[in-house]
Ligand binder design. Structure first.
Ligand SMILES: Cc1cc2nc3c(=O)[nH]c(=O)nc-3n(C[C@H](O)[C@H](O)[C@H](O)COP(=O)(O)OP(=O)(O)OC[C@H]3O[C@@H](n4cnc5c(N)ncnc54)[C@H](O)[C@@H]3O)c2cc1C
Ligand SMILES: NC(=O)c1ccc[n+]([C@@H]2O[C@H](COP(=O)([O-])OP(=O)(O)OC[C@H]3O[C@@H](n4cnc5c(N)ncnc54)[C@H](OP(=O)(O)O)[C@@H]3O)[C@@H](O)[C@H]2O)c1
Length: 550
């Protein structure tokens, strides 16, 4: 692989790090730079520091297939252990010297003459703006990186601490505080029991619930030393365990179909969750905690501690909504006033308007966000490449993800797919690669057609759906092993590969077009059965198409 072409990776989370490692492992390519807006790698697992933050996909599957770890402490380890793992991967593949931290990408503009991306970054500390150029850009900015906080009147005048779960205030001590938590998704379900545990007899936690979730009960057993040794020393044991875990998650997929089999599986989930709520939560909260939408329509939440924590006299759950914030209180829709010292938003992330912090202009200066706005949401061929945006790759969305599987698994599929597509470009055989518009249309029409028959589109408002256009921009409509199978080998006929720079390419094409034109014209004038005007029109059409694609 020629090392002359630089690959710029934006984002140092699981996907960016995975891409960097696979460039090395898969392609032997060492010319890359990873730009990260924060001061460390790890993405989600660096930014989220709330108490009890942990993964909910078994770590033997929530890890890279090429960097398996046999000694995870528990099935669902905490952020500390996860971040340590990602740091160790970065060290193993010598990624850190290629990282430029505190660098926020703000724009990407394709230069069609020189076949490269002009990338503009801003240093997040000094504010300095700088430019870099590279033929290939991979965006790994994540889908859950921009916290969402509702715009509640008066929040600017609140005198206590106020922060989002994803930007946790490390100096905050719960003891003796009156704490308001807005939202009850996966993050709140993890940290609320910790607040309850630490708030003490003089403190209070009030949680504002907008909708219920499909909670499942699960513990977090520790792995025994014997098990760790078995994975380490028995050939293929770790791989087999990983396959079993993946298979367990895939077995949930049929419950997503809106058919009789899916309905029967969802009924079972419904009964289990209702039973769990009825037996584990205080009776006064049971109705608040039972979802009224189909199981699976939003990501299910597993917990060992949340429902039990609601029994604490320090805990209060309400369906009332916060409508106004005063200097030291919250007013609700029903007219109640709650005195609070701290407000924690556990209200999730801005998941639509994806990549919107970066201006992205492709061929003919077309703006990616305008294209996506016109389409009703983000879209890409196999969730990874967009027509009109050559040598540009995106991870963790759109429509490449899953409601029940490991994000690392599908990110790896996208990374492998990207590496395959990059082979001719990095080897110097081609200047650029781009998906054909008709191939993209075909893929998207299949994705959105299939989604109509799945539970994700059954009417609830999840963060996977654009709330305005109601387009599901996140979910892949088949089990993940099928996504894997469909991304191992690119269908090369779906892509345009361009050889050579503008001048030589254009010259070559013009030469060939002229040669063919002369041949066709000679044939036409010698053949009575050919309509000369039609042939000329056809040749002109080919020529302009060829020049467009040069
Ligand atoms: C609290 C929490 C728990 C989760 N638990 C699980 C789980 O158990 N299982 C699971 O499968 N998934 C889970 N997820 C989803 C999780 O986001 C993914 O698993 C995974 O971490 C995504 O990795 P990523 O690299 O694609 O994105 P991220 O981890 O979000 O990384 C993106 C990186 O890009 C950087 N960045 C963003 N914009 C720019 C820019 N313009 N310029 C430069 N850098 C930029 C960010 O700072 C960030 O470091 C969880 C998410 C959250 C928030
Ligand atoms: N490993 C894990 O267990 C884990 C932990 C954290 C996060 N995650 C991942 O990250 C994703 C995001 O998790 P998250 O918990 O941060 O966000 P989330 O799942 O989107 O939950 C946000 C919650 O806030 C509620 N909300 C929004 N605005 C509100 C308002 N004004 N008042 C009251 N409630 C409001 C939402 O209600 P509605 O439901 O009505 O919109 C929802 O319950 C998850 O889906 C999951 O993929 C995983």
């Amino acid at each position: 692989m020629s090392q002359s072409k630089e690959v710029i990776i934006i984002g140092g989370g699981v996907s960016g790090l995975g891409m960097a490692a696979q460039l090395r492992r898969n392609l032997g390519h060492n010319n890359f730079t990873l730009y990260e807006k924060s001061d460390n790698i790890g993405g989600t697992w660096w930014h989220n520091r709330y108490p009890a933050c942990a993964c909910d996909i078994p770590s033997h599957l929530y890890s890279y297939s090429f960097a398996m770890k046999n000694d995870w402490s528990t099935i669902f380890p905490g952020r500390g252990e996860l971040h340590e793992y990602f740091s160790s991967v970065a060290q193993r593949y010598n990624i850190l010297p290629h990282c430029r931290f505190n660098a926020m990408c703000v724009s990407l503009v394709w230069d069609d003459v020189r076949c490269l991306w002009v990338c503009t970054f801003q240093d997040t500390i000094s504010g300095e703006v700088f430019k870099r150029e590279a033929p290939v850009v991979a965006s790994a900015v994540g889908a859950l990186d921009r916290p969402y906080t509702p715009d509640i009147e008066g929040s600017n005048f609140f005198q206590g601490k106020i922060f989002h779960s994803a930007t946790w205030d490390d100096s905050f001590q719960a003891k003796g505080k009156k704490i308001a938590v807005l939202g009850n998704g996966a993050s709140a379900t993890q940290f609320v029991p910790e607040l309850v545990r630490h708030v003490g007899s003089k403190g209070k936690v009030i949680q504002f619930v907008r909708s219920a979730h499909w909670w499942t009960e699960r513990g977090n057993p520790k792995y025994s030393e014997a098990f760790k040794l078995a994975l380490k020393h028995i050939p293929l044991a770790a791989r087999l365990y990983r396959i079993i875990l993946a298979w367990q998650l895939e077995s949930i997929f049929p419950s997503f179909y809106m058919n009789s089999r899916g309905a029967a599986m969802r009924q079972k989930i419904r009964e289990n969750t209702f039973h769990y709520v009825n037996t584990a939560a205080p009776p006064e909260y049971c109705e608040i905690l039972k979802p009224d939408y189909e199981p699976g329509c939003k990501r299910r939440i597993s917990t060992a501690t949340y429902l039990a924590s609601l029994h604490s006299p320090q805990m209060h759950l309400t369906k009332d909504s916060a409508v106004k914030i005063g200097p030291n209180h919250i007013e609700t829709a029903s007219g109640q006033c709650h005195a609070v010292d701290v407000i924690i938003y556990a209200t999730g992330f801005q998941t639509q308007k994806w990549l919107s912090t970066i201006q992205i202009r492709g061929i003919e200066c077309k703006d990616l966000h305008s294209i996506w706005d016109a389409a009703g949401g983000a879209e890409a061929y196999k969730g990874t490449v967009v027509s009109g945006f050559p040598n540009f790759f995106i991870f963790y969305r759109p429509n490449a993800g899953t409601g029940q599987h490991s994000v690392i698994f599908h990110s790896e599929c996208q990374i492998n797919f990207t590496c395959q597509l990059l082979r001719p470009v990095l080897a110097g055989n081609s200047e650029m690669i781009m998906v054909k518009p008709e191939a993209q249309r075909r893929d998207l029409s299949w994705v959105h057609g299939k989604l109509q028959h799945l539970v994700f589109n059954s009417g609830c408002q999840s963060w996977w759906m654009d709330p305005v256009t109601e387009r599901n921009t996140f979910i892949y409509p088949d089990p993940m092993w099928m996504y894997w199978a469909r991304t191992i080998f690119p269908r090369w006929s779906d892509f345009v590969l361009r050889r050579g720079g503008r001048s030589s390419g254009l010259f070559g094409r013009v030469f060939w077009i002229m040669l063919v034109s002369v041949g066709v014209a000679a044939f036409a004038v010698n053949s009575a059965s050919v309509d000369v005007k039609k042939v000329v029109a056809m040749v002109v059409g080919w020529s302009s198409q060829a020049v467009k694609w040069r």
